[in-house]
Design a protein around this ligand. Structure first.
Ligand SMILES: [Ca+2]
Length: 368
């Protein structure tokens, strides 16, 4: 009887050590897989970067910077002022911190040769008003029309082209509050809010809802009354629109929105505008720097983009507006996903081993 029990015990131990070594093997092969995956995704990313290597050139004729020579006074300047905007030695002030003002600065020349470009906007929004007692915001434009006054941050409504807005007043929130309604946390936006919209000449901007129905994407950006410099970055490459912000004084670009399939015609005007209402702010542009990008394209990409764009549009617009377009995971997200997967797996192994040794011990106890 004792001999049979000992044999059974030995068998158990053998099975146990088999399971243990099997677990070890699984563990090792899992790590190997993860490492291989990480390495290959890394090299894929590098391939992508190499493939899409690009150069950038500052295009002075489309850029606005100190000392703003001739802006607002000379007809030969590349830039023209409109409305209440004015030039000082430090900035182009689109609106002063006073009620019911609107102003703009527009490029006089169309950007015929620009296919891929990037605009770096150095701006400043500041005023006496406390938080949410200031308004209304400013916009950066790439549009067919220029020098038209209107309600969309000082530009005309039903514009044709791209508008990137820095909206500093939450109209929709106040509107809902008045109706005793509230945002759900999922849909709440924190202001100031940066967002992008593409218009084709017949789509209106919904001021009461802060442009939410036509919003391609956006981010909150606490840009008011800061001591350090604040920047906005708009990049348009291979029909991909990317907006980033640098507002923390850390000289780092933070992602704001990234939308593929944005079709913008060539030959539009760059501009900036701002508006105040009952509430106000100084809306200043320190510089607009426009870089032409030279981007290498694959044959397939070139063929895809051969067709001339005449009317601005966005691919899969319905899905984007409904927030259904799946965004690719960022590097950080991938890192944490892998990390948590590993931790989870590790925990499973530990729990498995503990359970197994308990079971094994109980089994042994039963035999003695
Ligand atoms: Ca607003």
């Amino acid at each position: 009887m004792a001999a049979a029990a000992a044999a059974a015990d030995q068998r158990d131990r053998r099975t146990g050590s088999k399971i243990l070594s099997r677990l070890k093997m699984d563990f090792i092969s899992y790590w190997t897989c993860v490492l291989i995956l990480l390495a290959s995704s890394r090299s894929l990313a590098n391939d992508d970067d190499d493939h899409h290597e690009m150069e950038e050139f500052l295009k002075r004729e489309y850029s606005l910077s100190k000392p703003y020579q001739g802006v607002g006074s000379s007809g030969s300047s590349h830039w023209e002022l409109m409305g209440d905007s004015m030039v000082t030695t430090e900035q182009v002030r689109l609106t002063p911190d006073m009620q019911s003002r609107q102003g703009a600065v527009w490029s006089r020349i169309v950007s015929i040769a620009l296919k891929d470009w990037e605009m770096q906007v150095h701006f400043k929004i500041h005023g006496q008003g406390k938080k949410n007692l200031n308004g209304d915001g400013m916009a950066i434009w790439y549009t067919k029309e220029r020098m038209k006054k209107g309600p969309v941050f000082g530009n005309k409504d039903n514009f044709t082209g791209l508008g990137v807005f820095v909206d500093t007043y939450p109209n929709e929130e106040k509107y809902l509050e008045a109706q005793k309604k509230r945002y759900t946390p999922r849909t709440q936006r924190i202001f100031p809010f940066v967002l992008a919209m593409v218009g084709n000449g017949s789509v209106g901007y919904d001021h009461e809802r802060d442009g939410r129905p036509t919003e391609l994407g956006g981010c909150n950006a606490m840009v008011r009354n800061l001591k350090h410099d604040t920047f906005l970055f708009i990049r348009y490459i291979r029909r991909r629109l990317t907006v980033m912000i640098d507002i923390d004084g850390q000289h780092e670009w933070r992602d704001c929105l990234d939308i593929p399939g944005v079709r913008l015609p060539k030959g539009y005007y760059f501009g900036a505008s701002a508006i105040t209402g009952d509430l106000s702010d100084n809306h200043d542009v320190v510089s607009l720097k426009l870089y032409q990008l030279t981007v290498l394209r694959s044959k397939k990409e070139e063929e895809e983009e051969e067709e001339e764009i005449t009317i601005p549009s966005v691919d899969n617009l319905e899905q984007i507006l409904r927030g259904e377009v799946e965004e690719g995971m960022s590097g950080v997200a991938i890192f944490f996903t892998v990390l948590f997967c590993m931790l989870g797996f590790f925990m499973l192994i530990v729990v498995g081993l503990v359970v197994y040794s308990h079971w094994n011990e109980n089994r042994r106890k039963r035999f003695y």
